[in-house]
Design a protein around this ligand. Structure first.
Ligand code: SF4
Length: 211
């Protein structure tokens, strides 16, 4: 089984002080270079039914090709994780039961969250993390991933993991800067996925919520 973490856009409607991708957000020096069709062409070659594909950003609902990607992923039997602040989250979410949404509050108020929650399915979750929590956990690689959800599963099944950024670059994971080329000229490597990888365990526990 494979895990794909796709940071599909650097666009975001917020500017959280603790944001781990703050340097790149809404920055014209780091524009989105890959379109939905580029990601799909790569996944067509590397993804299998049952694989986990996590969509993040920036704010992934601002990515123009999001719905097209979700349609393709649903057809191909992927399990999808959508990490969002809810910017353009709407009734369309209910068309994708193969997906779990992690809706983060950040600085949004109660009325905003209540509206977004109406679009969620029972296995989705809201992340009520405060600025203090995020500041505290940013220095600890385990906590941001493992503590934002209940994580009963302590192992994951992933044999290959990919972190792909909005410029099309393919890396092994955020913690490893190994150059694996781009989605247009991917260079396979020998994989060894740490069984205790916090990124993989966080994703697997999220994907396991899908009913
Ligand atoms: S909503 Fe998320 S991506 Fe956007 S600024 Fe805040 S932490 Fe960063």
């Amino acid at each position: 089984m494979n895990y794909f973490l796709l940071s599909i856009t650097n666009a975001c409607n917020k500017s959280c002080g603790y944001c781990v991708v703050k340097k790149w957000l809404n920055n014209p020096e780091y524009p989105d270079k890959a379109a939905a069709a580029d990601y799909i062409a790569f996944l067509e070659k590397e993804m299998q039914a049952g694989d986990v594909v996590e969509l993040t950003g920036g704010e992934p609902t601002l990515f123009p090709g999001l719905i097209g990607m979700l349609e393709w992923l649903k057809e191909r039997g992927a399990k999808v994780i959508l990490r969002t602040n809810g910017a353009l989250l709407d009734e369309w979410r209910k068309s994708y039961p193969c997906m779990v949404v992690a809706l983060a509050r950040h600085d949004s108020d109660e009325a905003y969250m209540e509206e977004r929650k109406k679009c969620l399915l029972p296995w989705d979750l809201t992340l009520e993390m405060t600025k203090d929590h995020l500041d505290e956990t940013r220095d600890n690689m385990d906590k941001p991933v493992l503590n934002d959800i209940e994580s009963p599963l302590k192992t994951h099944p992933f044999k290959r993991m990919f972190h792909i950024t909005n410029d099309g670059k393919v890396r092994f994971m955020s913690c490893c800067d190994e150059d694996m080329g781009t989605i247009w000229d991917y260079k396979p490597r020998n994989y060894w996925c740490c069984p205790e990888c916090a990124f993989a365990l966080g994703a697997w526990n999220l994907a396991a919520r899908i009913k």
